[in-house]
Each structure stands twice: as C-alpha cells, then as structure tokens.
Design a protein around this ligand. Structure first.
Ligand SMILES: NC(=O)c1ccc[n+]([C@@H]2O[C@H](COP(=O)([O-])OP(=O)(O)OC[C@H]3O[C@@H](n4cnc5c(N)ncnc54)[C@H](O)[C@@H]3O)[C@@H](O)[C@H]2O)c1
Length: 255
C-alpha cells in the first residue's frame, strides 16, 4: 500500500474527527497526495489547527465545526464542503468516542452517547454526503470501525456494539450503491496511540487477563498506518475492494 504522489489530485475529501489522532493524520495524508480536504470536528479549533497544518505544507484545506451526532450539523459539514469546492469524492468517517465500563454499570446516557456518535454520526454524515458522492462516477466512503467491532472486548459494550453496527452499515451501503460507482469500506484498527487510547483506564475490578487478550505483540498500530489504509481503500488502486472490514490489528482477529 505505497502512497503515490498526487493520487488524489482534483479530489475533494471530507474527514470527520480531523482535529486529533487518526482523523488529523488522515486529513494530512489525503492532502499530501493532492486532495482538497475539509477537516471537520466537534472541536472546531482543533479542526482548524489540522487545516492550518495542511495549508502550511502548501495543501488546500478548510475547517468545519461539526457534531456528527447531530443530523443538522452533519448535513452542514457536507454543505460547507460543497460551498468551498462544489463537489465531494471521498468521505472518511473517523470521529468516534470510547467508553469503558462493566456492562451492568453502563448508564442510559453513556450507552446512548456512544451509539449517537459512533453509529448515528457515521450514518448522518454518510446520508448527507450521498447525493454529492453519487454525482461522481467513482466515489468512496471509508469508515473507521474497530477491532472492537469484530470481537467481544470486555468492558466495552456500547463501543463494541456501535462499531459492529458500523461494520454492518458499511456492508449494506457497499451493496446498495455499487452500481452507482460508490465503494464503502471500513478499517478495524486494534490499539493506536492517540488521545483516545491515552484516556483508556480499566474499570474498577477489571479482570486484567481479559484485557490482555487484545494484543499479540506489544507494538501498536500507528495512526499513520491507519491513515495509509484509509487512503488506499479510498483510492482507485482499490477499485475492486468494496464492503470489506479490514483489520489493522497485527493478527488479533485472526487468533
Ligand atoms: N485509538 C485507537 O486505539 C482506536 C482503535 C480502533 C478504532 N479507533 C477509532 O478511530 C477513530 C479516531 O479515534 P482516535 O483514536 O484518533 O481518537 P481521538 O480522540 O484522538 O480523535 C477523535 C476525534 O473525534 C472527535 N469527535 C468526538 N466526538 C465527535 C462528534 N460528536 N462529532 C465530531 N467529532 C467528534 C474528537 O474531538 C477527536 O478530535 C474513532 O472512531 C475510534 O473509535 C481508535
């Protein structure tokens, strides 16, 4: 999956969660390969910092404050992208939140918030982007699900359920729009060193043995590796790849 210079020349990309971690690196990856990038995030200043970093490297980027769990806000992000460049070829749904707790202690509010951001937000952004994406003969959505969407990860009920649903949504849309030139795939990273994982604190009385099953080797996958996989799936080099949930987990899912 080597990056080729300018493989996204002329393409317009909207990245959610672009203010931090995987989303920031993904926005920068697309821009380095020639794309015009709309960097959106609920943290507007962080999104602007990403866009600024792209412009400082002579790339083209705008920032948009957007809460993907709010359908109007998600729609507005797409509309602002259209106002800037008049088209949209690629949507990278990266924004997400993690919540860790014993399943029997998860509150209604915690459950609903995780589903609202990770699942509803991916749906709202995708639904809003579809009319623009489908105007192009070739377009792509890449969702960031998680290894947690493929396996049962202790103390992550809402997160796992939301990410498994993102895998399912990916497959549905991949089938539904293939004849119109849209491909929909998702990546399923294991641990990636970002602020999200830095906040990872096991719940009280957690069984460490259950948690240690999440990795086979000590090294984590880097945000750059995830961004590269997202860019590859969005590129024409992956034109036959549609509806996949690609683990980036150093073999944990296979094991
Ligand atoms: N870090 C990991 O180990 C890991 C593993 C697998 C999957 N993921 C997924 O990768 C994605 C990116 O996570 P990250 O690790 O870069 O975390 P991160 O916390 O560094 O970045 C997440 C970004 O999403 C934004 N965000 C949160 N709620 C939002 C909302 N309602 N609307 C818009 N933006 C919102 C945050 O402001 C933040 O900038 C998430 O979907 C996460 O579930 C992360």
């Amino acid at each position: 999956m080597s990056a080729s210079q300018d493989r996204f020349d002329g393409r317009v990309v909207l990245v959610t969660g672009a203010g931090s971690g995987i989303g920031r690196v993904t926005a920068q990856r697309f821009a380095r390969d020639g794309a015009r990038v709309a960097c959106s995030d609920i943290a507007g200043e962080a999104a602007e910092a990403t866009a600024e970093s792209i412009r400082e490297s002579n790339g083209e980027a705008i920032s948009i404050r957007c809460d993907i769990s709010d359908p109007e806000s998600a729609k507005n992000a797409v509309e602002e992208t259209e106002r800037a460049w008049g088209e949209l070829h690629i949507l990278a749904n990266v924004a997400g939140i993690l919540h860790i707790e014993h399943t029997d202690r998860v509150t209604d509010e915690e459950w609903e918030r995780v589903l609202a951001v990770n699942l509803n937000g991916t749906f709202y952004a995708s639904r809003s982007a579809l009319p623009l994406l489908l105007k192009n003969p070739e377009s792509a959505i890449v969702n960031v699900a998680s290894l947690a969407g493929l396996i049962g990860q202790a103390y992550c009920a809402a997160y796992c359920a939301s990410k498994a649903a993102v895998v399912s949504l990916t497959r549905v849309m991949a089938v539904e729009y293939v004849k119109q030139g849209l491909r929909v795939n998702c990546v399923c990273p294991g641990g990636v060193p970002t602020p999200l994982i830095a906040d990872f604190t096991p719940p009280e009385q957690a069984d460490r043995d259950l948690m240690s099953r999440l990795s086979l080797v000590p090294e984590m996958t880097s945000a750059e590796e995830v961004a590269e996989a997202i860019a590859y799936l969005a590129s024409s080099a992956a034109r036959s790849i549609n509806g996949v949930a690609l683990p980036l987990d150093k073999g944990v899912h296979a094991a």
